[in-house]
Design a protein around this ligand. Sequence first.
Ligand code: NAI
Ligand SMILES: CCCCC/C=C\C=C\C(=O)C/C=C\C/C=C\CCCC(=O)O
Length: 263
Amino acid sequence: MDLNGKVALVTGSAQGLGRAFVEILLKNGAKVSLLDVNVPKGEELKAVFDQTYGPEQTIFIPCDVTSEVQLKDAFHKTKEKFGKLDIVCNNAGIANEQDWEKTITVNLNGVIRGTYLAMEIMKQQKEGGVIVNTASVAGLEPLTLMPVYTATKHGIIGFTRAMATASTICKSGVRLNALCPAFVQTNLLDSVIDDDQLAGVVKTMTIDIMKRIGPLNVSEVAEAFLQLVTDESKNGAIMKIEKQGGANYVQFQFNTELKTAPK
Ligand SMILES: NC(=O)C1=CN([C@@H]2O[C@H](COP(=O)(O)OP(=O)(O)OC[C@H]3O[C@@H](n4cnc5c(N)ncnc54)[C@H](O)[C@@H]3O)[C@@H](O)[C@H]2O)C=CC1
Ligand SMILES: CCCCC/C=C\C=C\C(=O)C/C=C\C/C=C\CCCC(=O)O
C-alpha cells in the first residue's frame, strides 16, 4: 500500500509510540488526525509537525478514548476534514494496576470502540482500509507485575483476530492487525518503574528482565508498524517486536477454520 495521500487517525498520539507512528505516516505522505486526552502536549506536537510537514497535513483533536461521544465525534471530524479514512491505529493505553477498571476502559474498551468506528467508515469506502491495534508482548505472555494490563492486551489480540476473520468472511475490505512490542522506552515504562505502589520481588525481577533484554526505541517499533500498515497480504496477523529478534509474525497453535466467505 502506497501511503501517499492516505488519511490516518492515531489515538494516544501526543507522545511515545503514538507520536512515532504519526511521524512515520507523515514521512510517507499520509495526512494524520492526532487524538489525545493531553491537550497541551497534542497542540504542541501539532505545531512541531506544522513546521516540518505543513499545517494541512495534520489535525489535532482533543479526545478521551473512554468517551463514546468524544471518540465518535473525532472519527467523524477526521472524515469531514480529510474526506476519507484509510488507516486507524488504536494505540492509547495506560498501565495503572491500582485503578484497574480505568486500565480496562482505556486499553480495551477504547480499542474496541475505535475499531467499530473505523469499520463503520471504512467498509463504506471502495478502497476499504487498515486498522492496527497496539497490544503488547504482554498480550502473548503474562507480564506478572501487571495482571490487569496483561488481561487487556490478551483481549486486544483475541478481539483483533476475531474481527479480522469476520472481515474476510464478510468481504468488508478492511484489514485488521495487532502490534505487540516488548518493553519500549517511553513515559509509560518510566511511570511503572517510578510507581512506588508497585514494589517487591516481582518488580525487581521484571526490571532485571527488562535490563537484560534492553528496551526498544520508539523508532524501531514505528518501522514495524509501517510494515504492518503497508503489507496488504496479512489480514489478522499479529506482529511481535523484540529488541534482539526484531519484528516477526506470531504463529498460533490453534487457527480458526472460519477463514473464507461461503461459496
Ligand atoms: N512502553 C512500552 O513498553 C509498551 C507500550 N505498549 C503500548 O503502546 C501504547 C502507547 O504507549 P506508550 O507510548 O508507551 O505510552 P505513553 O504514556 O508514552 O503514551 C500514551 C499516550 O496515550 C495518551 N492517552 C492515555 N489515556 C488516554 C485516553 N483515555 N484517551 C486518549 N489518549 C490517552 C496519553 O496522553 C499519551 O499521550 C499503549 O497502548 C501501551 O500499552 C505496548 C508495548 C510496550
Ligand atoms: C518495572 C519494569 C518494567 C515496567 C514495564 C512497564 C510497562 C510495560 C509495558 C509493556 O507492554 C511491556 C511489554 C512486554 C513485556 C512482557 C513480558 C515480559 C515478561 C516478564 C515476566 O515474566 O513477567
